[in-house]
Design a protein around this ligand. Structure first.
Ligand code: ADP
Ligand code: 5GP
Length: 207
């Protein structure tokens, strides 16, 4: 029986370590595909179009929305971010676990459309450590960091919508934990309806 891919949403406060974690997960384990989002924000130094994001002008992004080319999109700190539809649908059909690294508004939209989606929320060990990581990354100004910390306080209100939290303290432990949660999720009855039905049918003959 072909394994069905799970649509996995990884959210978490900016600076919690989502990008770092997901990169390592994909390097260390097979069967994952990472969706590359479209955004209207400016590339950070070192970011490349088509690798971290597809960097679009506002008009190009709005055309994608109109064409139904995104499975979800949201506005985050005054920029658009969205998930291109085609890649996700292809990879899921191919049996891959597709990872969307997206914020909470997008996560909730995904849960409505894909009831099987697995929603994971990455947390730092403390708020102090979160600020330290944002500062240490060195990619944002003090003003943007303050804005992201305020945004984190708002996002913290929505964590109960997620299936699991993962605390990113030690990176290696956290990557392993992430993979274990996903592995376990493959074995829920809801995600194995066909297999269960087949066994039931076979067992009919034993009655
Ligand atoms: P996000 O994608 O959630 O915004 P990043 O992956 O960019 O966060 O990580 C933010 C910063 O924290 C980066 O400088 C990264 O190297 C660092 N970082 C990530 N995970 C850990 C960890 N477990 N321990 C210490 N630093 C970490
Ligand atoms: P950053 O600018 O730090 O790369 O991302 C800002 C926020 O946007 C992060 O929380 C990130 O997870 C989220 N994000 C990235 N891509 C998408 C997307 O396609 N859709 C949604 N809804 N959020 C996204």
């Amino acid at each position: 029986m072909k394994r069905k891919g799970i649509l996995i949403v990884v959210s978490g406060f900016s600076g919690a370590g989502k990008g770092t974690l997901v990169k390592k997960l994909i390097e260390e384990y097979e069967g994952y595909a990472l969706s590359i989002s479209a955004t209207t924000r400016q590339p950070r130094p070192g970011e490349e179009d088509g690798r971290e994001y597809f960097f679009l002008q506002k008009e190009q992004f709005e055309r994608k929305i109109a064409e139904n080319g995104l499975i979800e999109y949201a506005c985050y700190c005054e920029n658009y971010y969205g998930t291109p539809r085609e890649y996700v649908e292809q990879q899921l059909a191919d049996g891959k676990d597709v990872i969307l690294e997206i914020e909470i508004q997008g996560a909730l939209k995904i849960k409505k459309q894909y009831e099987d989606a697995l929603l994971l929320f990455v947390m730092p060990p403390s708020a102090e450590e979160l600020r330290r990581r944002l500062e240490g990354r060195g990619t944002e100004t003090k003003e943007v960091i303050d804005k992201r910390m305020r945004r984190a306080a708002e996002e913290a209100e929505g964590i109960e919508a997620y299936d699991y939290i993962v605390i990113n303290d030690d990176l290696d432990i956290c990557v392993r934990q992430l993979h274990e949660i996903i592995t376990a999720a493959h074995n829920t009855p809801e995600r194995n309806k066909e297999f269960i039905e087949n066994i039931r049918t076979e067992l009919e003959g034993e009655k």
